[in-house]
Design a protein around this ligand. Structure first.
Ligand SMILES: CC(C)(COP(=O)(O)OP(=O)(O)OC[C@H]1O[C@@H](n2cnc3c(N)ncnc32)[C@H](O)[C@@H]1OP(=O)(O)O)[C@@H](O)C(=O)NCCC(=O)NCCS
Length: 143
């Protein structure tokens, strides 16, 4: 890392709930609302982008832990804002407090940890895993 982010460093991401963000079970009168996995993805992206200026060009941050309470539904077409605030930074790990609000209320709160990795080391680790996955798939046909 170029430097550790200061406590209180904040990232924000404003968005409008589109079709691609809503639940896939909005049938029989169930309203089309922002899905929890999409909300998590947008909050995680907010944290990742807040951390980017602190990284070296050969580094990326990866999601390591997330805990979220989704308090209130948000309808298709509504505007919402995700906020990620650094509450702890030590070594290669950064912890964020997450919050999302729509035009009426806070809709979610949580805590999220990201780990900073060197692309080359991370790719090597993933590469080793792909090789063993290959072997696992080939094993039955080899007999
Ligand atoms: C899960 C859900 C149905 C539970 O509803 P419920 O049983 O009526 O519970 P409430 O909404 O009264 O509140 C649950 C908790 O959230 C808290 N809460 C609710 N709205 C809140 C808000 N805007 N800000 C902060 N906290 C809030 C309540 O204080 C309560 O806390 P507690 O458990 O510590 O007492 C409701 O929270 C909800 O609709 N969440 C969103 C679900 C959603 O849209 N999912 C995506 C689509 S599947």
């Amino acid at each position: 890392m170029k430097s550790l982010p200061r406590i209180g460093t904040v990232g924000e991401f404003e968005f409008v709930v589109e079709e691609k963000h809503v639940i896939d079970f909005a049938t029989d009168g169930m309203p089309p609302v922002l899905s929890t996995p999409n909300l998590i993805a947008l909050l995680e992206r907010t944290a990742r982008e807040a951390l980017t200026p602190f990284l070296e060009p050969d580094e990326r941050s990866v999601g390591a832990e997330i805990e979220l309470r989704h308090f209130a539904p948000t309808l298709l077409g509504a505007r919402a804002v995700c906020t990620a605030r650094v509450i702890h930074a030590e070594g290669r790990e950064v912890t964020f407090q997450l919050e999302a609000r729509d035009e009426q209320e806070v809709i979610a709160r949580g805590v999220h940890k990201r780990a900073v990795v060197r692309i080359e080391q991370f790719a090597r680790r993933v590469g080793r895993k792909s090789v063993s996955a290959d072997k696992a798939i080939r094993a039955p046909t080899a007999d």
